[in-house]
Design a protein around this ligand. Structure first.
Ligand SMILES: *[C@@H]1O[C@H](CO)[C@@H](O)[C@H](O)[C@H]1NC(C)=O
Ligand SMILES: *[C@@H]1O[C@H](CO)[C@@H](O)[C@H](O)[C@H]1NC(C)=O
Ligand SMILES: *[C@@H]1O[C@H](CO)[C@@H](O)[C@H](O)[C@H]1NC(C)=O
Ligand SMILES: *[C@@H]1O[C@H](CO)[C@@H](O)[C@H](O)[C@H]1NC(C)=O
Ligand SMILES: *[C@@H]1O[C@H](CO)[C@@H](O)[C@H](O)[C@H]1NC(C)=O
Ligand SMILES: *[C@@H]1O[C@H](CO)[C@@H](O)[C@H](O)[C@H]1NC(C)=O
Ligand SMILES: *[C@@H]1O[C@H](CO)[C@@H](O)[C@H](O)[C@H]1NC(C)=O
Ligand SMILES: *[C@@H]1O[C@H](CO)[C@@H](O)[C@H](O)[C@H]1NC(C)=O
Ligand SMILES: *[C@@H]1O[C@H](CO)[C@@H](O)[C@H](O)[C@H]1NC(C)=O
Ligand SMILES: *[C@@H]1O[C@H](CO)[C@@H](O)[C@H](O)[C@H]1NC(C)=O
Ligand SMILES: *[C@@H]1O[C@H](CO)[C@@H](O)[C@H](O)[C@H]1NC(C)=O
Ligand SMILES: *[C@@H]1O[C@H](CO)[C@@H](O)[C@H](O)[C@H]1NC(C)=O
Length: 613
């Protein structure tokens, strides 16, 4: 309002902002020869009448008919009646903000065909009935924010075909009718903020076919429904800010949108919404600042090929994995200041050379060889006004990046290869069912990452696989050791400077006498396909092999039948000299390579005897 007014009166108005009074405008006018309401200031040249902050309880008399700009802000008006403005058909801008208006009659702005801008901001309106805005077909700017409106009715903006900016924030809105925004064919910017909506008004928004920018701020919406935004074909800028209870953005929440700018800031989001962003191929600016995101995984943002700026400030980022920005060929600005990052490796980026601005100040950075690339690029890369500093190692703590001497970089900023503390080739022996702990602690800068290879050379990483897990200190734990866990394990400690290895052999001693010296299983504890089909390799006689084979396909009952059949054939083929047979039944295991009899909770195999009569 103020902007457009000062544009309209470039020669006669001296205006200045008074930050504490909001829209207060101090104007000095050339006195008018035409009529002017007492206590108001008028400009003949721009046909403006300014009656700002005059404690007027009603619209003053004496406003010239040809008035184009009328400012009645900060008075004591309480109501707007149908004929109040009928005498001023030339009115283009009307400011009624900051009054005590609680009701606006339908037809209040009738006949104001030339009106461009109307402000009803900061009043006490509870409901705007149908018909208030009829005929305002040339209106481009409408502000009804900071009122007490609870509901937006169907078709209330129906005639505002030319409206481009609509402010409806700071109300008590609890519901927006499905057709409330019907007719707003030109609306380009919509701000919905500080109201009591609990869901995104998907249906209502779907009428805004021209909207380019949508700002949804200070809302207590906690979840997105799938396809929350429909038919917003022109929407390019979406801002979701200050939704304190939003903790998740489902994969299809933003489907149907083609955005170039997306803000999801100041929410309770704790993970990067990879899936929800996947289809936003035209995204160039992404701002995820002030959330609780801890982690950016590698290779998850491949689709965002046009992304130029990523802002993730003031989150709780611990790790940006290698290859995190794989595919982001155009990334120019990365702003990750005020996080918990200890490093940012070159391998994170698809093309580190396109980067122009990198803000990583206020992170606990460890100045070792991983940050060398940034230090070497200090001249071409803008690191921000507040320089990043090292917080480790001890020798360079508190040192701003720009103070490193170029020639000494390779002396100070170094890494050391991992060195495993344990002696070469340990042997660990445990009893079956006991916990097995294989130790492997390594020194080095940066701190080495320890992984283990199973006897079958599968990688056991730092994730919980149930029975088998790798602790942060490098120790491999097998919760309840089984015979088939025996074998030689390889520990691999690696960091950016290199790697070190250690072999540890694990021997699991059997307890059950029936098992001993009979069968030995070699199942990889981490091989999920192996859990039901353990391979039997040693010490079996023909009977057992046949029966064991059958175990793979038959239930206990099936095996009994099978044995009858077997005996029958046998007795036919070999005469009567062998008429009884001993069968050992080892039920197949159920899960995770567990070899425990889970049908009846018994540990050993069952034995039964059959005789031919
Ligand atoms: C809208 O404004 C234009 C000038 O900006 C004017 O020519 C036109 O008549 C107005 N429309 C209506 C319906 O009055
Ligand atoms: C909207 O929320 C505010 C603050 O939570 C509350 O004071 C107000 O009563 C609510 N209004 C309605 C209509 O629910
Ligand atoms: C944010 O999430 C945390 C944990 O998920 C929860 O404890 C907290 O209450 C949430 N905050 C809000 C404002 O919903
Ligand atoms: C998506 O937006 C971009 C940039 O505004 C535009 O070039 C592209 O044609 C749009 N794609 C679709 C499918 O609308
Ligand atoms: C990102 O969002 C935050 C919070 O809304 C804002 O302060 C910041 O200026 C935004 N960054 C950019 C580059 O727009
Ligand atoms: C991040 O960096 C940019 C510099 O490009 C800056 O303008 C912005 O304010 C910073 N902060 C946030 C929260 O985006
Ligand atoms: C490593 O081996 C040496 C002898 O080879 C022994 O003295 C030392 O105690 C061993 N250390 C550990 C941790 O087992
Ligand atoms: C490694 O961590 C585990 C679990 O926290 C612990 O039980 C084990 O004693 C630790 N081992 C060593 C060598 O510190
Ligand atoms: C271990 O380091 C060597 C060179 O020191 C390298 O060739 C090899 O690829 C590394 N292995 C792993 C698994 O990182
Ligand atoms: C297993 O065989 C060894 C010799 O090969 C023998 O000393 C041991 O007693 C046997 N164990 C059982 C339980 O039969
Ligand atoms: C192995 O066990 C897991 C669960 O522990 C199960 O999901 C998987 O299907 C099993 N695999 C086979 C081949 O039985
Ligand atoms: C898993 O175990 C099965 C059966 O023992 C074997 O065929 C398969 O090759 C194993 N897979 C891997 C990846 O080791």
């Amino acid at each position: 309002m103020v902007d457009s007014m000062s544009k309209a009166m470039p020669h006669t108005v001296v205006s200045c902002w008074q930050p504490f009074l909001g829209l207060a405008l101090v104007a000095v006018f050339v006195s008018s020869t035409l009529g002017c309401p007492s206590r108001c200031e008028c400009s003949a040249q721009s046909k403006a009448v300014v009656c700002h902050r005059k404690r007027m309880p009603t619209i003053p008399d004496g406003i010239p008919t040809e008035t184009r700009i009328l400012d009645l802000s900060k008075n004591k008006l309480t109501m707007i009646n149908p004929d109040d403005f009928i005498a001023f058909p030339g009115l283009e801008e009307l400011d009624l903000s900051g009054n005590l208006i609680s009701y606006v009659e339908p037809g209040a702005f009738n006949a104001l065909f030339n009106m461009h801008s109307l402000s009803l901001k900061s009043n006490r309106i509870k409901l705007i009935p149908l018909g208030v805005f009829t005929a305002l077909t040339n209106l481009t700017r409408l502000d009804i924010s900071d009122n007490k409106i609870v509901i937006l009715l169907d078709y209330m903006f129906q005639d505002l075909h030319n409206l481009k900016f609509l402010e409806v924030g700071d109300n008590d809105l609890v519901y927006i009718s499905h057709r409330a925004f019907s007719g707003l064919l030109s609306l380009e910017t919509l701000t919905l903020e500080r109201c009591n909506l609990t869901v995104v008004p998907t249906e209502a928004l779907s009428h805004l076919h021209s909207v380019v920018s949508l700002h949804l701020r200070y809302l207590s919406i906690s979840t997105f429904h799938p396809y929350s935004f429909k038919k917003l074909f022109k929407l390019r800028h979406l801002e979701i800010d200050n939704w304190p209870s939003l903790d998740h953005v489902p994969a299809n929440a933003l489907h149907g949108l083609n955005l170039t700018t997306l803000f999801i800031t100041n929410t309770n989001l704790s993970s990067f919404p990879y899936q929800a962003l996947k289809h936003l191929y035209y995204l160039t600016h992404l701002n995820l600042s002030y959330n609780r995101i801890r982690h950016i995984e590698g290779g998850m943002l491949m689709e965002l090929v046009r992304l130029q700026e990523l802002h993730l400030v003031g989150a709780q980022l611990n790790v940006i994995e290698l290859y995190a920005f794989q595919g982001l060929r155009n990334l120019k600005v990365l702003n990750v200041s005020h996080n918990h990052l200890d490093t940012l490796e070159k391998g994170v980026f698809q093309s580190p050379e396109t980067l122009r601005v990198l803000l990583i100040n206020n992170n606990p950075l460890v100045c070792d060889c991983r940050l060398m690339w940034i230090l070497q690029k200090r001249q071409s890369l803008f690191l921000g006004d507040s320089q990043p500093e090292c917080s480790n190692p001890e020798s360079s703590r508190g040192q701003p990046f720009k103070e490193f001497k170029e020639t000494l970089l390779s002396y100070y900023v170094t890494c050391t290869k991992p060195k495993i503390r344990e002696n070469k080739t340990q042997t660990v022996t445990v009893d079956e069912g006991q916990q097995a702990m294989l130790r492997c602690s390594a020194d080095g800068t940066p701190r080495p990452i320890v992984s283990w290879l199973s006897p079958r050379r599968r990688v056991l990483t730092n994730r919980n696989h149930g029975r088998v897990m790798v602790h942060n200190n490098g120790t491999l734990e097998i919760k309840s050791a089984e015979m088939q866990d025996s074998g030689v394990y390889l520990c691999l400690a690696s960091n950016s400077a290199g790697n070190d290895t250690l072999m540890t052999s694990l021997a699991v001693k059997s307890l059950g006498s029936l098992y001993a010296n009979r069968t030995q299983y070699y199942t990889d504890p981490n091989n999920a396909t192996a859990n039901g089909t353990t391979s039997v390799t040693l010490g079996l006689d023909l009977k057992t092999i046949l029966v064991s084979t059958a175990m793979g396909c038959f239930t206990f009952l099936g095996v009994v039948l099978f044995c009858f059949l077997l005996l029958f054939v046998w007795s036919r083929g070999k005469g009567k000299h062998k008429n009884n047979i001993d069968v050992e039944y080892v039920p197949r295991s159920k899960s995770n390579g567990t070899n425990v009899d889970s049908d009846e909770g018994q540990a050993g195999p069952r034995r039964f005897n059959m005789k031919m009569m």
